[in-house]
Ligand binder design. Structure first.
Ligand SMILES: CC(C)(COP(=O)(O)OP(=O)(O)OC[C@H]1O[C@@H](n2cnc3c(N)ncnc32)[C@H](O)[C@@H]1OP(=O)(O)O)[C@@H](O)C(=O)NCCC(=O)NCCS
Length: 275
């Protein structure tokens, strides 16, 4: 019998989960912004039962990063994510998902338990400094669920859960993720053109995590204070990225000051020179 369509507000049914090595209690904030990460949804990386959770995260990754040409090999989820770092996300119980969603997620009739719909993967660089290397959300893949601000909320809760004070990340200039990252505050550019990455048109940024930035990403309050932009970089302008990279390597400092400005067929990212 077909399941009922999503009539309930799925946003209220989202449950946070965490995959990491060892006991997260004490190390991490398991009540970020007052939301409890229940012990039953804290998965220890080395336990055999965690394999089933990774199966579902691999599916989430293939539905989001697959079309971007950057799906993660499965071994990376263990060796470069869950074991050295953490995977925080939100999920829904399989039982509340409408048929259309179950089908797209490849769930069989008998499949039960938590189905992740978002994740943020981060690896510690030093105490309280994390490299966020994957942010994925099924909001657009499963529009029938009516999920709101899913990636923004996932990253905000994850940074709070991991007690992150400074976050490093890499993303492509033309990625939609930049709209999300820019909500958190000024993104200092560590690189603007990155041949060491598979996609050279990648930028590397450093973010000082602030309460204002986290709250803004959660939809509370205005954007954090940022300097006025001095110029913009077109998301397709590789020559401008290379020039900026040359200036960064010569010792100048730059930052992304806000979300991309979208025009007809264009996307421009505001940049300020900083001291
Ligand atoms: C990019 C991605 C993470 C966004 O997830 P999401 O749940 O839709 O994100 P949110 O709803 O929290 O925020 C997206 C914001 O970007 C804006 N946005 C996204 N694409 C946009 C576009 N093309 N033009 C204008 N605004 C855009 C949205 O309007 C929204 O802003 P708002 O909250 O002010 O309305 C998701 O689509 C995804 O997983 N993509 C594939 C993987 C990927 O690229 N990951 C990031 C790699 S660093």
């Amino acid at each position: 019998m077909p399941r009922a369509a999503a009539t309930r507000d799925m946003n209220t049914l989202l449950e946070p989960f965490l995959v990491t090595r060892g006991d997260p209690a004490g190390r991490y904030d398991l009540e970020p912004f007052g939301l409890t990460v229940s012990p039953g949804l804290c998965y220890e990386a080395t336990r055999s039962a965690t394999g089933a959770v990774i199966d579902r995260l691999v599916k989430l990754d293939s539905l989001t990063f697959g079309p971007e040409g950057m799906p993660m090999p499965r071994w990376m989820f263990y060796e470069l994510a869950a074991f050295p770092g953490a995977i925080f996300g939100f999920g829904l119980d399989a039982g509340v998902l409408p048929d259309a969603s179950r089908e797209r997620l490849g769930l069989g009739d008998g499949d039960r338990g938590l189905v992740p719909v978002s994740m943020y993967i981060a690896i510690p660089i030093m105490p309280r400094v994390w490299c966020g290397h994957n942010l994925a959300s099924l909001k657009r893949v499963l529009p029938e669920l009516g999920l709101r601000r899913l990636a923004s909320r996932t990253k905000a809760f994850a940074l709070r859960c991991l007690r992150c004070e400074q976050q490093i990340g890499a993303t492509q200039w033309d990625s939609d993720a930049l709209f999300v990252h820019a909500k958190f505050g000024v993104l200092e550019l560590l690189s603007a053109w990155t041949p060491a990455h598979e996609f050279p048109a990648t930028l590397t940024y450093r973010l000082d995590v602030t309460e204002a930035g986290l709250r803004h990403a959660l939809g509370e309050g205005g954007p954090p204070t940022a300097p006025p932009a001095d110029f913009e970089i077109d998301a397709d302008d590789h020559a401008a990225m290379r020039t900026l990279q040359t200036r960064i390597e010569a010792g100048e400092r730059f930052a992304i000051t806000g979300k991309p400005r979208v025009g007809e067929g264009t996307r421009r990212i505001p940049i300020a020179r900083i001291d």
